[in-house]
Ligand binder design. Structure first.
Ligand code: SF4
Ligand code: SF4
Ligand code: SF4
Ligand code: FES
Length: 748
C-alpha cells in the first residue's frame, strides 16, 4: 500500500503532522480545536457559503476558510486571534439579520447549531434595526416543513438531497437577502421523504411533520437501537418521552449507517402506539376471539399443544418464526420446537438464500461475506436482481457513497430499469429471463440469448474480469445453484470478490443463523452433525431429531389439509403468504399466534398473545450482511410482552403438563451467552456490541461431505417492499401511510 505523505504545519503554536490533502478544518478537529462551521459537512461537496470557519494563515493577505483549504508544508495557522473572533462575531450578526430568534418555540431550540454558535462566539447586541424580511412557513409534505426566515443558506439540505440521496428535490430560489430553498414541486416535495434534509439542517428551518412542536430536546431520553424495517440494520436513536417514541434519528453519526436513515427508519415508528395494537391475550370461543387473562390464555395454549403432540407425535406440531424477532427469541423458538417437541418442523418466511450462500462459500465464508462498510469501500459493485433504492436503502446509500467518495464502479444486472442505473458504469436489463440463467451463462457460458443481450453480457463479463476488488450483491431471485454458479464465477476472477445476499426484514439473516430452518440447526449446521447436536442435547436435556422437517409453505399446506395438529406462529403472517388464501386455516385444529396486530393469520388463531415490537425489547439482531447489533428497549406499551417472555411462559406451562423442560434464561443477555457458545459464528465480543460497534459473524462453514444446497425457488421470496411499505408493520405506520408516495406505491 502506498504510504500517505505527511506534511508538517503549525496550528495555534502546536507543531503537527497531517496527511497531505487533509482539509484544515479536519486537521483542527483532530487536534480538538473547534473551528465553527455551518456549511461544511463531512462527505458533502465544499461550498464555502457561510464564512464561519475563517482562520488566519501566515502570509495570506486575508482570513481563509478552513473548510476549503488543505494543509500544506510549513503552513502557520491561528484559529483564535482577535481578527478571527471578530470575523465570527460579524458573520453571526449577519446571519441573524433576518433570523426571527424564535428559539423559545423553535423545534431546534436546545440542539441548534446557530444558537450554540451565538452563545459561544456571537455579540450580545445587534446593530440591525431595520424590519426583518418575513415569509410564512411552508408545508412541503407531511413530513417536511420549511421556515424560510430561520434558514441560514448553508445549502447542506440541497447537497445531501442531490449528492447523498441522488434525488435532487431541493434548489435555491431568488437572490441575495431574499434567497430561499425551494422544493422540486415548486410548493411541495416529490421525493423519497427520507428526512435527511431535516436531519442535516443546522437550524430549525426544516422541521419534521411527525415531531414539530411536540416537545423539547431536554424533555426526552435517547435510546440507541436498530431500525426494525428492512434488513440493512441502520442504527437509530429513539427519542422517548413518557415511554413513547417521539422521533427517530441518528444524529451522533455512529453505527453502520453513520448519518443515513431512510423514510421508514426516520418516520416509521408510530405503529407502536397504533390504536389497533393487541393489548390483551385473546382466546377463541366459537367464532370469536375474546380477551382473557394471561393465565387462561397460556394454559389453554399449552393444553392444546400437548393434546396434539400426544395424539400426532412430534410431526403433528409445526412452528413458524419471524424475521423481525430478535436472535434470542428465534433461538428460543427453535429450542421449543426441537427440544420440547422433538420436531424440525420449523421455518420462517425466507427472503434471501443465506443458507445457499453460506453453503456455496463453505470454509471461505468468514472472509467472503461483505459488511456494509466493506461495501462502501469496494472498488466495484455488481448488483444483481434488486432495486436497492427501494428495497435496501442503506445498501443503495453505501453504493452511491462509494461511487462519490472513492470513485467505485457500479454494474447493474436487473430484470427491469432501476434508479441506481443512473450511477452505473454499465447496466444490463434482461427482462423476463431468470437471474439463474444469466448467472449460469456468466459462470459457464451455457445458454442462448438474443445477440444484443449476449453482447452486453460479454462486455459486462470482461469488465468484471478486470476488477481488482468486487462486491457481488444480489436479491431473493438468486438462490441455491444460482448462488453456487455465482460463487464459481467469482472464484475464477483475478481480484478479491465478496458477497452479500439481500433479505427483507430487520432480522432475516438472524432468523436463518439461529436455525429457523427445517434442515439446519443454528449456524447452518446439518441436523446430523454430532459435533453440535451432542453438546446441545446435553445442555437442553433432550434428544434432537435428525429428520428434516416441513418448510413454511409445506406447514401451511399440511395445516389446511388437516395433516398438522397444531401450528405455533411467532410474528409471522403465513396464511397471507403461503397456501391457498381462500382456504383460511382449513382443517388445522390448533393455531397459536404471537402478534402485534390482528393480521390475517392472527384472526384465524385459537390463542393470540399480544407481542412487543422491536422498539420495546432488548436483544440482538443480525443484518443482511451478518453484523450483529444490540436492540434496546425504548418504548413501553401497556399490555404486550416480548416474544422472549412469551416463549419462557409457554415453556413453563408445558413443563407443568409434562412436555419438555422450562427455559431458565434470566434475560436475553443470558440467552445470548448460550448463543455465543453454541452457534458457530456468534462468539463475538460483548464489548464490541456494547459500544454500539456492529460485529460481523465470522461464520466458518465446512461442507462435511453433503450434497450442494438447493431450494425450490418459491421458498425464497422477497415481499418486494418499497421505501414506503414494510410488510404488516407498514400497514400500521400512520405517518408513512399518509404520504402520497406510499399511496402511489400501494396502487402500483
Ligand atoms: S426528504 Fe429526502 S429526498 Fe426529500 S427533499 Fe429532503 S433530502 Fe431530499
Ligand atoms: S434549510 Fe437548513 S440546511 Fe437548508 S440551507 Fe437553510 S439552514 Fe441550511
Ligand atoms: S435502510 Fe432499512 S434499516 Fe435503514 S432506516 Fe431504512 S428501513 Fe431502516
Ligand atoms: S464552514 Fe467554511 S465557509 Fe461554511
Amino acid at each position: 500500500m502506498a504510504e500517505t505523505k505527511l506534511v508538517k504545519l503549525k496550528i495555534d503554536d502546536r507543531e503537527v503532522e497531517m496527511p497531505a490533502g487533509t482539509l484544515l478544518i479536519e486537521a483542527t478537529r483532530r487536534l480538538g480545536i473547534e473551528v465553527p462551521s455551518f456549511c461544511y459537512f463531512p462527505g458533502l461537496s465544499l461550498c464555502a457559503a457561510c464564512r464561519m470557519c475563517l482562520v488566519e494563515i501566515e502570509k495570506a493577505p486575508k482570513l481563509q476558510t478552513a473548510c476549503t483549504m488543505v494543509v500544506a508544508e510549513g503552513m502557520v495557522v491561528r484559529t483564535n486571534t482577535e481578527q478571527v473572533r471578530n470575523a465570527r462575531k460579524y458573520m453571526l450578526e449577519f446571519l441573524l439579520t433576518n433570523h426571527p430568534l424564535d428559539c423559545p418555540v423553535c423545534d431546534k431550540g436546545g440542539e441548534c447549531e446557530l444558537q450554540d454558535m451565538v452563545f459561544r462566539y456571537g455579540a450580545d447586541t445587534s446593530r440591525f434595526v431595520e424590519e426583518k424580511l418575513h415569509r410564512p412557513e411552508e408545508k412541503w409534505s407531511d413530513v417536511v416543513y420549511y421556515d424560510a426566515p430561520r434558514c441560514i443558506l448553508c445549502f447542506r439540505c440541497v447537497r445531501v438531497c442531490d449528492e447523498g440521496m441522488d434525488v435532487k428535490a431541493l434548489g435555491v430560489g431568488l437572490r441575495g437577502s431574499t434567497s430561499i430553498i425551494i422544493p422540486n414541486g415548486s410548493d411541495h416535495l416529490d421525493c423519497e421523504e427520507c428526512g435527511m434534509c431535516i436531519d442535516i439542517c443546522p437550524v430549525g428551518a426544516l422541521t419534521s411533520g411527525s415531531y414539530r412542536y411536540k416537545t423539547r430536546p431536554w424533555e426526552m431520553q435517547y435510546v440507541p437501537t436498530i431500525c426494525t424495517h428492512c434488513s440493512n440494520g441502520c442504527k437509530t436513536t429513539l427519542s422517548i418521552r413518557n415511554h413513547e417514541i417521539i422521533r427517530a434519528n441518528n444524529r451522533d453519526l455512529s453505527g453502520i449507517n453513520k448519518d443515513f436513515l431512510c423514510v421508514k427508519g426516520r418516520f416509521g415508528f408510530d405503529f407502536t402506539s397504533h390504536k389497533d395494537r393487541i393489548r390483551q391475550p385473546l382466546l377463541r370461543k366459537g367464532d370469536k376471539l375474546y380477551p382473557v387473562s394471561w393465565e387462561e390464555a397460556a394454559q389453554a395454549a399449552a393444553a392444546k399443544l400437548r393434546e396434539f403432540h400426544t395424539a400426532m407425535g412430534p410431526e403433528g406440531v409445526g412452528f413458524i418464526g419471524s424475521n423481525r424477532t430478535s436472535n434470542e427469541e428465534n433461538y428460543l423458538l427453535q429450542r421449543l420446537a426441537r427440544a420440547t417437541f422433538g420436531t424440525n418442523n420449523i421455518d420462517h418466511h425466507r427472503t434471501a438464500d443465506y443458507t445457499g450462500l453460506i453453503t456455496a462459500l463453505g470454509d471461505r465464508t468468514a472472509d467472503s461475506l461483505l459488511t456494509m462498510e466493506q461495501l462502501y469501500q469496494s472498488k466495484a459493485v455488481l448488483l444483481i436482481g434488486n432495486d436497492a433504492t427501494n428495497q435496501n436503502p442503506l445498501v443503495a446509500w453505501q453504493i452511491r457513497s462509494g461511487i462519490r467518495h472513492n470513485g467505485a464502479k457500479l454494474y447493474v444486472l436487473n430484470a427491469k430499469e432501476i434508479k441506481l442505473q443512473r450511477k452505473a458504469t454499465q447496466s444490463v436489463i434482461f427482462g423476463s429471463i431468470k437471474e439463474s440463467e444469466i448467472i449460469r451463462w456468466l459462470a459457464t457460458g451455457e445458454g442462448h440469448f438474443a445477440d444484443s443481450l449476449a453482447s452486453q453480457l460479454n462486455s459486462l463479463r470482461s469488465a468484471l474480469e478486470a476488477e481488482s476488488d468486487l462486491a457481488m450483491v444480489f436479491g431473493s431471485g438468486v438462490t441455491g445453484t444460482a448462488i453456487a454458479d455465482l460463487v464459481a464465477f467469482g472464484s475464477r476472477l483475478q481480484g478479491k470478490v465478496r458477497y452479500m445476499a439481500l433479505g427483507d426484514y430487520a432480522n432475516s439473516r438472524g432468523a436463518a443463523d439461529m436455525g429457523l430452518l427445517p434442515d439446519r440447526l443454528p449456524g447452518y449446521t446439518y441436523l446430523d452433525n454430532k459435533a453440535l447436536t451432542e453438546p446441545l442435547e446435553r445442555h437442553w436435556g433432550a434428544v434432537l431429531s435428525a429428520k428434516p422437517g416441513l418448510t413454511a409453505p409445506q406447514m401451511v399446506e399440511a395445516a389446511q389439509t388437516g395433516k398438522l395438529g397444531a401450528l405455533y406462529v411467532v410474528g409471522a403472517n403465513p396464511f397471507a403468504h403461503f397456501g391457498a388464501p381462500s382456504a383460511g386455516r382449513g382443517q388445522l385444529p390448533v393455531l397459536i399466534v404471537h402478534e402485534m396486530f390482528l393480521t390475517e393469520t392472527a384472526q384465524l388463531a385459537d390463542v393470540v398473545f399480544p407481542a412487543a415490537s422491536a422498539y420495546e425489547k432488548d436483544g440482538t439482531v443480525t443484518n443482511t450482511s451478518g453484523e450483529i447489533q444490540l436492540l434496546r428497549k425504548g418504548a413501553e406499551i401497556m399490555g404486550p410482552r416480548t416474544d422472549f417472555d412469551l416463549l419462557r411462559i409457554m415453556s413453563h406451562q408445558l413443563e407443568r403438563l409434562g412436555v419438555g423442560k422450562a427455559f431458565h434464561y434470566k434475560n436475553p443477555a443470558a440467552a445470548f451467552d448460550e448463543i455465543r457458545k453454541f452457534v458457530p459464528g456468534y462468539n463475538v465480543q460483548p464489548a464490541g456490541l456494547l459500544t454500539g460497534g456492529a460485529e460481523p459473524t465470522k461464520l466458518q462453514f465446512s461442507r462435511n461431505g453433503h450434497a450442494p444446497y438447493d431450494v425450490p425457488a418459491e421458498l425464497v421470496r422477497s415481499a418486494n417492499d418499497t421505501l414506503f411499505t414494510s410488510g404488516s408493520l407498514g400497514r400500521f405506520c400512520t405517518m408513512m401511510q399518509s404520504l402520497p408516495e406510499a399511496e402511489a406505491e400501494t396502487k402500483s
